[in-house]
Design a protein around this ligand. Structure first.
Ligand SMILES: [Zn+2]
Length: 174
């Protein structure tokens, strides 16, 4: 029961990070919006769409998005990757608690931090925010592969830690 409350707390902590990043991305995406959706009156839209829906929409879209150009920071791939980072951070939190419950200590962090649920949850959330922030810097500087790899390596490293936390408890019975 305690675990659920703590994990809930963690995701509540994560929400501001996601929403600020989303707002930031939307702000940057704003200049594209007018070209993507031309303003038409109800009458002209009614007249244009039934006969030539593809002709009307496709050229505007093509002009707005360059095929090989930079993508929107908040695209589907990044949303999935950041969600993955957040989920693995949550798993790390849970697995560390699980390991501690069996008498093992978190070796990478001071006990004082880990033993304080709120502080530890904030730290996990801060880790996710930092990861998203670094991805954004890579994105802005044109390093789109590094931008993805930031999240992928974060998930891998955290995933390894989660596996280790659980493995330590089960492979060393007294
Ligand atoms: Zn990018």
């Amino acid at each position: 029961m305690r675990f659920r409350i703590c994990r809930l707390l963690l995701f509540v902590c994560l929400l501001p990070a996601f929403s600020t990043a989303a707002a930031f991305a939307q702000e940057n995406a704003l200049p594209e919006a007018p070209t993507a959706q031309p303003v038409t009156s109800p009458q002209t839209r009614k007249a244009a769409y039934p006969q030539h829906p593809s002709q009307h929409v496709a050229p505007a879209r093509a002009a707005a998005e360059e095929p090989s150009g930079p993508h929107a920071f908040w695209d589907n791939e990044n949303i999935l990757l950041f969600a993955g980072v957040g989920i693995f951070r949550g798993l790390d939190y849970a697995s560390t608690r699980n390991m501690q419950a069996r008498g093992r200590r978190e070796i990478l962090l001071a006990d004082a931090v880990v033993n304080n649920s709120a502080a530890f949850a904030s730290l996990e959330a801060a880790g996710t925010m930092t990861s998203v922030g670094i991805s954004y810097i890579f994105h802005r500087t044109g390093h789109h592969k590094l931008e993805r790899w930031m999240s992928i390596s974060h998930i891998s490293v955290t995933g390894f830690g989660v596996a280790r936390n659980y493995a330590l408890t089960s492979k060393h019975p007294h």
